[in-house]
Design a protein around this ligand. Structure first.
Ligand code: PDD
Length: 285
């Protein structure tokens, strides 16, 4: 049984209790992070905590995430694993009645737990987990840059692919341009150049995205262009990648039943994942 953290205390997961009046439960009124750790080191730990503070500020909750570093260190020790994901959720808190407006005096609820994941990915075409994806109109809300726990839109989009045996759903906005995946950022590669949608309220500013783009700029001559990417460009791409804390740089080999490029993992992916594996711990706040 894993040891979790709830509002200042560590306990068995089965002992952690949150009121049904918590606004995270009633409204999805909270912010979360998922941070991968390997051999006790968090990938982009400071960046994740900074995004959490920014997300909370954008919903009117002032919160200092710095003390969570200690919480994470203790959870890693108590759960005794080399490869653990850390989930942290901060909701606005529990209030005596259900009312849409923000309550005046309420303490945020802070919950964190870990679970075992595989080792850090290996930059090897033979060992990479390839992704088969489907496309869909992006029907989520207009503030996708906030890492909100209100994830029903993402959950429904994910199920569109998962329910049919695929790995992820690529989403397109009203102009027919790529936004991201239901739980990951998206990229295409054409003639050796990487294209990815620029940050906006249509997509999450992924920490893996930030780390990857920084590494590619600092350690490679691979050109990355942040601009709108049309559906046709996605279908004609040589390579497609999806990134997230768990996927790292995930190579997509099929979209809507059609091969991506040759249908094999691409060479630009190999360079990108190789550099990511080498430098991902160097890039932080
Ligand atoms: N998902 N876009 C969306 C909609 C996401 O939910 C995620 C992450 C990402 C990638 O962000 P990052 O690189 O910071 O993991 C992009 C997490 C892992 C989840 O919901 O479990």
């Amino acid at each position: 049984m894993s040891i979790v953290y709830l509002n200042g205390a560590y306990m068995e997961a089965s002992e952690a209790k949150i009121s049904p009046m918590d606004r995270g439960f009633l409204f999805g009124d909270g912010i979360y992070e998922v941070i991968p750790t390997h051999q006790g080191k968090g990938v982009g730990l400071g960046l994740h905590l900074k995004r959490m503070e920014n997300g909370l500020r954008s919903i009117g909750v002032e919160f200092d995430a710095e003390p969570l570093k200690q919480v994470i260190a203790e959870l890693l020790e108590k759960n005794d694993g080399d490869d653990l994901n850390v989930y942290i959720q901060v909701s606005r808190g529990t209030y005596e009645k259900r009312f849409h407006g923000f309550p005046d005096k309420v303490e945020p609820t802070v919950f964190a737990y870990t679970w075992q994941i595989g080792p850090a990915h290996v930059a090897d075409k033979a060992q990479a987990h390839t992704l088969k994806v489907v496309t869909a109109d992006d029907l989520r809300w207009q503030r996708c840059h906030i890492k909100s726990t209100s994830l029903l839109g993402n959950v429904l989009h994910f199920q569109q692919s998962y329910g049919e045996g695929y790995d992820e759903t690529l989403l397109f906005n009203g102009d027919g341009n790529l936004t991201e995946g239901s739980s990951s950022n998206a990229y295409i590669v054409k003639d050796g150049v990487v294209y990815t949608p620029p940050l906006s309220d249509e997509l999450l500013p992924g920490i893996t995205r930030k780390i990857l783009l920084t590494i590619l700029a600092e350690h490679s001559d691979i050109k990355v262009v942040e601009r709108a990417v049309s559906k046709q460009e996605v279908l004609d791409a040589d390579e497609i990648w999806m990134t997230s804390a768990s996927k790292e740089v995930g190579p997509v080999i099929q979209v809507d039943g059609q091969k991506v490029g040759s249908g094999e993992i691409g060479d630009v992916w190999l360079k990108a994942q190789t550099l990511y594996s080498k430098h991902c711990y160097d890039i932080d706040c």
